[in-house]
Write a protein that binds this ligand. Structure first.
Ligand code: TRP
Length: 326
């Protein structure tokens, strides 16, 4: 029996290269070894972005197109939309009853976001319960492994605490204690050298056209110590070089030589990077076009995913309700 994986992404915008190298490439590799459930976490998007839902359905569709184009294979993995599988909410309700408030109030991600995010009002009942729903997402499938970034570790710890509390209270061994699956992912910074993030407006989106990519790359920051063309550059601290390493590693040494020995200017170096990246993304972009145009196909994939997810989730919910004498 294969071990089970569940992971999800919040559809709060278009996906960018950071999502591709940070999550999707990894999900794709896991598809053969594990039984995978990948969901669009639209309830979680609502919990933090409830004030602006104008583009929610567009983002959901667009993200699914990116997943498929990147190589999430609906014949191998179950791909679904969280809000279409109502069993998540049943378990969320049950977990809400047994989760001590203190656990949620002390959660580091919660405290940090309450402190940092001033542009939205997150002082809501739903936002406090965000990790409870995430625990339900994972445990409704009895998933053992959860591929996520480090920022999600506190939520995984909460999921284990909730599982333990349930098993103890009702003297049943229903829920596993899921672990994060942290894998080495290349660190990809945004165009300006900060973390790649929509809110910094420094992303290259997966749906960007060649022209947009060229334009965006031409605006990238390069080695600040290299002022004149004849100055030697420092590839190891140059963000443009790190893009070469991630996307076109084959020519990495050559590029390093261009830069360190002042054989090529930064403008030309960026032009070549844009060409190389566009070339590298070509098969992805072609698949993306095909999927984006075939709305019926996407609908069908999501319907099948929903059916499979409901079948798996219903089984665990039944067991859970029985443990509660419901
Ligand atoms: N909170 C996750 C994030 O922001 C998204 C998510 C929701 C998730 N439910 C999940 C991730 C369950 C893993 C498992 O990235």
């Amino acid at each position: 029996m294969k071990k089970r994986i569940l992971s999800g992404m919040r559809p709060t915008g278009r996906l960018h290269l950071g999502h591709l190298v940070g999550a999707l490439d990894n999900w794709i590799k896991l598809q053969d070894e594990y039984e995978c459930f990948f969901m669009v976490a639209d309830w979680h998007a609502l919990m933090s972005e409830y004030e602006n839902t104008a583009n929610l359905s567009e983002f959901i569709f667009d993200n699914v197109v990116d997943w498929l184009a990147a190589g999430i294979d609906p014949d191998k993995s179950t791909l679904f939309i969280q809000s279409e599988v109502p069993q998540h909410l049943d378990l969320y309700m049950i977990f809400s009853c047994i989760t001590p408030l203190g656990l949620l109030e002390r959660c580091p991600t919660y405290k940090e976001q309450m402190r940092q995010i001033k542009t939205r009002n997150l002082n809501t009942y739903g936002f406090l319960g965000y990790p409870v729903l995430q625990a339900a997402d994972i445990l409704i499938y009895k998933a053992n492994k959860v591929p996520v970034g480090e920022d999600q570790l506190p939520h995984l710890e909460l999921a284990r605490q909730i599982a333990r509390r349930f098993n103890m209270l009702y003297k049943k061994d229903i829920f596993p204690y899921p672990d994060a699956l942290l894998t080495q992912v290349p660190r990809l910074l945004g165009l300006d050298g900060r973390k790649m993030s929509k809110s910094y407006n420094n992303t290259i989106d997966l749906g960007d056209s060649g022209e947009t990519i060229r334009h965006k790359i031409s605006s990238m920051f390069t080695d600040p110590k290299r002022i004149k063309l004849t100055d030697n550059g420092h590839p190891d601290t140059c963000n443009v070089f790190s893009y070469y390493s991630t996307f076109i590693p084959k020519i990495k040494d050559e590029v390093s030589d261009w830069c360190a020995n002042a054989k090529l200017g930064c403008t030309e170096c960026k032009k070549r990077l844009a060409c190389g990246l566009i070339d590298k993304l070509k098969p992805f972009h072609a698949r993306r076009e095909d999927f984006a145009q075939d709305k019926e196909k996407i609908k069908k994939i999501l319907e099948q995913g929903r059916e499979k997810a409901i079948t798996a989730a219903s089984r665990v919910l039944k067991e859970t309700r029985e443990a509660l004498n419901l």
